[in-house]
Design a protein around this ligand. Structure first.
Ligand code: GLV
Ligand code: MN
Ligand code: MN
Length: 415
């Protein structure tokens, strides 16, 4: 079965944007886009992608962690593979483009070159998990391709369900994890993604080539004091867990404001027991810390956690710190970046380089193959928010550059 042979890049762009809007309605929370790892609406996204892949005559499978993988074989069984993709999970109340746009552009790209011979195989990947919302740890999807997901299977979500439970509830088998690994020769991984920040908009550029992805740490902090009566417990007698945690939040903000390149976020804070007339006895909160320079990030993390211990101790509160993940800054592959620059130049598109402050599947794939990213301008610099947006012309430009990238790569591989 083939797709429409006369399809133009402009048709494909329109289809990608319409699909972003349609897939944004596949959600666990009506009226929002909320699609955590392996939630039921993931099946509907898969069904859409299965349909597109079938029209292109691609072979499709869903691997053991729920990544959908659509494959166009190469000219020979030992031909190398180019992987193209992004993720289909979302943060709560997300926009319509983070992750999904990159997946749909991968499918559009495959359709655009459907009639052309390529000296390599093409594998389109819709990663099932990148955000780290359900289990606190991101990249479950891409880690399966690099063979580093096994130690994530025992993580539990807020309901106490493990990753392995979630996989089985979705009808998949965690024992099949080894089959999810990439095998054979890999040419590289290409990910299209919205920038999610202001850099390209300020530069007046539709597209940008990612030079590196910043390193990050995610940490859980549990402050334990003593819940007690708000009226009868004198200030000097209190063990107020929330007061200690609040000092920590402000210290993190002040440190990040005064350290160039550092961003610090406390995105979750639960205080218990949570009544207006009870001194808070327990606080659970998170820290997300990022910087392009690993040495700076680790030094600042150490200082912040020392400060948190101090804020706790001065109130008779104890603090338990649980590291959830640490990922070093990851440069993108020089060779693939050069191909993206050449492709963008040939299309007459500006192609500045920029650092990604967001984490991406490309940083995991980069541990086993060359990886590169093409960013698409975020006109309102907003992401992880329903008002996330893109310009239609920018998405079409990304598609054009993607097609040109495949041409240049095909020449290099064929040469
Ligand atoms: C993913 O969006 C992240 O960088 O947190
Ligand atoms: Mn993303
Ligand atoms: Mn995201």
């Amino acid at each position: 079965m083939t797709s429409n042979p006369g399809v133009t890049l402009s048709d494909l762009n329109a289809r990608v944007l319409a699909a972003c809007a349609d897939l944004a309605r596949l959600t666990e929370v009506p009226g929002t886009t909320t699609r955590p790892y392996l939630c039921p609406s993931t099946r509907d996204v898969h069904a859409f992608l299965f349909g597109w892949a079938a029209r292109l005559g691609l072979s499709v499978r869903v691997d053991a962690v729920g990544n959908l993988r659509a494959r166009r074989e190469g000219p020979a069984p030992d031909a190398p593979t180019l992987y193209v993709g992004s993720h289909i999970d979302t943060v709560p109340n997300a926009g319509a483009f983070d992750g999904v746009l990159g997946v749909l552009l991968a499918f559009a790209l495959a359709e655009a070159v459907q009639e052309r011979p390529l000296p390599f195989a093409l594998e389109l990947v819709a990663f099932s998990e990148e955000e780290g919302v359900r289990y606190g740890v991101p990249f479950i999807g891409s880690r399966a391709l690099t063979g580093t997901a096994d130690d994530l299977l025992g993580l539990t979500d807020a309901e106490g369900q493990t990753v392995a439970d979630a996989i089985m509830a979705f009808g998949l088998n965690p024992d099949h994890l080894p089959d999810a690994r990439v095998h054979g020769q890999s040419l590289g991984f290409l990910e299209f993604h919205i920038e999610q920040g202001p850099v390209l908009q300020a530069a007046g550029a539709a597209l940008g080539v990612v030079s590196a992805i910043v390193g990050q740490n995610r940490v859980l902090l549990d402050f334990t004091g003593q819940a007690s009566h708000a009226g009868t417990t004198p200030m000097a007698h209190r063990k107020d867990a929330l007061a200690a945690a609040a000092r920590f939040v402000v210290a993190a903000e002040e440190l990040a404001r005064s350290t160039p390149g550092l961003v610090a976020t406390v995105g979750i804070m639960h205080a218990r027991p949570g009544a207006i007339n009870i001194v808070p006895g327990e606080v659970h909160c998170t820290l997300d810390l990022r910087h392009p320079d690993d040495a700076v990030r680790l030094e600042k993390l150490h200082g912040l956690l020392e400060g948190a211990q101090h804020f706790a101790a001065e109130r008779g509160v104890t603090l338990t710190v649980s590291p959830m993940m640490g990922e070093d800054a990851t440069p993108m592959d020089a060779g693939l970046r050069d191909l993206l620059h050449r492709a963008a130049g040939a299309e007459g598109a500006a192609h500045p380089e920029l650092v990604s402050g967001a984490g991406h599947d490309a940083m995991i794939l980069a541990t086993v193959m060359p990886a590169a990213m093409l960013f698409i301008r975020s006109p309102n610099a907003l992401s992880h928010h329903p008002d996330e947006m893109v310009n239609s012309d920018d998405v079409e430009a990304a598609l054009r550059v993607g097609v040109r990238f495949l041409d240049v790569l095909a020449q290099e591989v064929g040469a």
